[in-house]
Design a protein around this ligand. Structure first.
Ligand code: LFR
Length: 509
């Protein structure tokens, strides 16, 4: 047909895809054009992203799309957060492009606090300045590591791009730094959206790397000639979505409100990570927020994503890799069904424990954790899989309690979006552990949010004024409700989770 399609390039930490979206008969229709793995590589002693491979896959996806669809209205890229690319004045990549799980970030939190006034004062100042949860993956700690190691690239670099910006730069030849992903760097003021130059400078990070941020829905310009030639896309504008995948996913939560004053719903964007939180009109930079270690990331339409980063399906995914390494080709389905038949609560693990952040082998890491916490070696594979899922559900339960405290409101419904919604066992566990109704879907929330924002930028949805994004968000969410099937999970046997929850809290402390 001649209905214009918008192309979302959606890069997660484990896989990437190119998805086409168009409105047909009042419903948003998606079509997956291309899917590929995103596997980091060890180079010398550092873990890096294979950006050349990713770029080749993106071009391939765009080439397929351009041969399949007659009218392509726009293209935009969203990615995981925190990672970045430094470019120099000759438009060349100035430094290796590292993975946030790289070991060079170890110890950088303490170092940053020290520079900013000592363990307590430094921490307080940094939270006040940025409103972000402290995690050593955050860009600021990666950059501090580069400073600490005297990386010469910092001297020649003259631009800081985050991953989505990087691919937009390759697509259009234009540099931009999009607001939602920039907010994951721990260098932005969440109230103004401006860089905290003073703090950045104090940490020894060159301030000239940072240009003012650009808002989602901005039209960057057409794909550049070399891309047009490689893909067949001609005169197609690059339109900025919310380039942080989580921001795009939250845009697709199928509710009929936007940043409500008294939130009665929360979201979990469920993938390699689980991001659980509320959408607020303004950041919550309070002592309690700092104490509970929640984050204030930038959302669409100027909203704040108050959330907690939870180590999501990462452990479950890595257990599969461990099995494969042992010559055991397990599938997601078989893992879920073995988890289902395992006895509940035999082994409790904390998905946020540092031991699970980047182990060489996840199965060994779980064994070591079980041993060290006196829980004994799991007797079947299903116990490992079940523990990975139960640990998450228990973490959600704790997080929900904190969230209700922070927003001072009762959360009635948990909306789960993203790939994790396909794991029905985990969704039911979430309803049970949290004793709340869980609504799941859409599964492709990130790509949908990406496409929706491109539609705002090109005037397909919204009030016509790209600045008025509240209207556009409500419209996009209505479109999601009318286009995709949602599923409801009602809590069952919630009280069975009380005892393990108490054990879990003791374990995680
Ligand atoms: C989710 C996500 C999280 C971010 C983590 C690392 O894909 O973007 O929001 O904290 O990846 O970048």
């Amino acid at each position: 047909t001649d209905t214009p399609v918008h192309l979302a390039v959606d890069l997660g930490a484990s896989s990437g895809r190119v998805i086409a979206g168009r409105i047909e008969d009042g419903r948003l229709q998606l079509e997956e054009v291309h899917r590929f793995a995103n596997d980091p590589v060890m180079i010398q002693d550092s873990l890096q992203w294979n950006v050349h491979g990713l770029w080749a896959e993106i071009l391939e996806g765009l080439r397929i799309a351009s041969s399949r669809f007659r009218v392509i209205a726009s293209v935009g890229v969203d990615t995981w957060g925190v990672d970045y690319v430094l470019v120099d004045e000759n438009d060349q990549i100035a430094a290796p492009i590292r993975h946030y799980r790289d070991a060079r970030n170890n110890g950088m939190l303490e170092r940053a606090f020290e520079i900013l006034g000592g363990p307590e004062e430094g921490r307080r100042r940094m939270f006040q300045a940025t409103g972000l949860q402290f995690m050593q993956i955050n860009s600021v700690f990666q950059l501090l590591s580069a400073v600490t190691h005297n990386e010469r690239s910092l001297e020649i670099a003259d631009g800081y791009l985050m991953m989505g910006d990087f691919f937009h730069w390759l697509l259009s030849g234009k540099r931009s730094i999009e607001a939602t992903n920039a907010s994951t760097s721990q260098m932005l003021d969440p109230r103004t959206g401006k860089w905290q130059m003073e703090m950045i400078g104090e940490l020894g990070i060159p301030t000239q790397l940072f240009r003012p941020v650009t808002l989602p829905a901005t039209v960057l310009g057409n794909v550049q000639p070399s891309v047009a030639e490689a893909t067949g896309l001609k005169d197609v504008p690059v339109v900025l979505p919310a380039t942080h995948d989580t921001a795009s996913a939250v845009l697709s939560v199928p509710v009929d409100s936007f940043a409500p004053e008294q939130p009665d719903w929360c979201y979990i964007s469920s993938g390699t990570w689980s991001l659980m939180g509320c959408e607020l009109a303004a950041p919550c930079v309070t002592d309690l927020c700092s104490e509970l270690n929640f984050t204030n990331e930038g959302g669409v339409g100027g909203s704040t994503r108050l959330l907690k980063n939870i180590g999501g399906l990462w452990i479950f995914q890595q257990l599969r890799k461990s099995m494969q390494r042992r010559g055991n080709e397990v599938t997601w389905e078989s893992m879920v069904s073995e988890a289902e038949s395992a006895t509940p609560f035999q082994l409790l693990i904390d998905p946020d424990h540092a031991d699970f952040a980047a182990p060489t082998d996840m199965l060994d890491a779980v064994d070591a954790f079980a041993e060290k916490t006196g829980q004994g070696k799991p007797q079947s594979d299903g116990v490992y899989y079940r523990a990975a899922l139960e640990g998450l559900a228990l973490r959600y339960r704790v997080c929900l309690g904190m969230l209700e405290q922070l927003v001072d409101s009762e959360i009635k419904t948990i909306h789960i979006v993203g790939g994790g919604t396909m794991n029905a066992l985990l969704c039911q566990m979430t309803a049970d552990a949290c004793n709340r109704t869980v609504v799941t879907g859409p599964v492709e929330a990130t790509a949908i949010g990406n496409i929706a924002m491109q539609m705002v930028g090109t005037g397909v949805i919204g009030s016509g004024n790209p600045q008025d994004q509240a209207t556009a968000v409500l419209q996009a969410r209505k479109l999601v409700r009318e286009s995709f099937e949602l599923k409801t999970y009602t809590p069952q046997n919630a009280d069975r989770w009380d005892e393990p929850a108490a054990r879990f809290v003791a374990l995680a402390d």
